[in-house]
Design a protein. Structure first.
Length: 329
């Protein structure tokens, strides 16, 4: 590690972690979900605004509330829901824009009840933390990456790699994601869906009903309110008593897991395998939305897409955070 101390945590909020994108890819067979940011769109955008590589280590701030002090003259950027309170020395500062900070400056963020759940803070040069299994992303389940594999605590000091400043930048409003309390999430059917597991009517209900996000949701999984499907199969003694039970199988990132009558969208710290049917999968283009739904308040409606549609939407999302799209101020 060769960085200089730049950020001191005053109040870490409910759960703030160092993340890096895309996390630990290619390790599902070894029992590691990738970790990394729950909202990869805002995360990458914050880095682009300070001239970092899009995946450089930065802060993920759950429930948007956090306070930090800066120890060096540097540049930062915040990316997340519009309408949040972000104040530098009690003076409002913009999000989606490069901000210069000086030693002794204090940044405080809060959400006054507006849509959205996570905020991202990038520092010029990227946070300098140890990598574990090829990534600096914090995995709270396995306790690796970031700062000792845990969420941040009061008094933690984070370093950043020294880099020359960049020209101030801003993301055009037209390219910024829109936040709501009623989300539409694209899904791909399967790997275990109709007609082998769900009935056609079950699938119709899945993509037509509003699903309330349960308060007990986190980086492991976003739980939805219970619903009893009819199921095309009746369960078996071999796999278990409920029709959602299967012999242990691998889980994809963003998998919509049927744990009995409770659906759960697997998050970035999810389980790699288990004995429940994955009836649909959230593609890359919609994963950022899962990171912004607010537990206990928001609702989700699912929209089925084809593989080709999902691929096109993936390209569209990646287009919005291309460094060539930002405005130089």
């Amino acid at each position: 590690m060769s960085g200089r101390p730049v950020v001191e945590v005053i109040d870490p909020g409910i759960q703030s972690t160092v993340q890096a994108w895309p996390g630990r890819t290619g390790l599902l067979a070894q029992g590691y979900f990738p970790s990394g940011p729950m909202d990869h769109l805002c995360f990458r955008a914050s880095n682009v605004l300070v001239g970092n590589p899009p995946g450089a280590p930065a802060l993920e701030i759950d429930k948007i509330a956090m306070s930090v002090a800066f120890l060096e003259d540097t540049q930062i950027a915040l990316a997340g829901p519009e309408g949040i309170h972000a104040r530098l020395n009690d003076v409002p500062v913009p999000i989606w824009e490069t901000v210069r900070v000086r030693p002794g400056d204090v940044l405080r963020t809060a959400n006054p009840g507006r849509p959205g759940y996570r905020l991202y803070l990038a520092v010029r040069g990227g946070l300098d933390v140890f990598e574990a299994l090829g990534s600096a992303a914090t995995s709270l389940i396995t306790g690796i990456g970031g700062v000792e594999g845990r969420s941040l605590l009061r008094g933690d000091v984070l370093s950043a790699l020294p880099r020359d400043p960049v020209s101030a930048r801003r993301f055009p409003e037209a390219l910024r994601p829109r936040f709501t309390t009623e989300w539409e999430l694209e899904i791909l059917a399967g790997p275990r869906s109709a007609p082998d597991f769900l009935t056609d009517q079950d699938w119709s209900e899945l993509v037509s009903l509003p699903w309330r996000v349960d308060l007990n949701s986190d980086r492991v999984g976003t739980r939805l309110h219970p619903h009893r499907f009819r199921w095309a199969n009746g369960g078996s003694i071999v796999t278990g008593g409920h029709p959602s039970n299967v012999l242990d199988d691998a889980y994809p990132v963003g998998g919509l897991l049927a744990n009995g009558d409770v659906l759960t969208i697997l998050g970035m710290d999810g389980n790699t395998s288990g004995g429940f049917a994955v009836i649909a999968t959230v593609p890359h283009c919609a994963l950022w939305k899962v990171g912004q739904v607010r537990p206990g308040r928001d609702t989700i409606r699912f929209r089925a897409v084809t593989y080709d549609e999902a691929t096109a939407l993936n390209r569209q999302v990646d287009f919005t955070i291309d460094p060539g799209r930002v405005q130089v101020l």
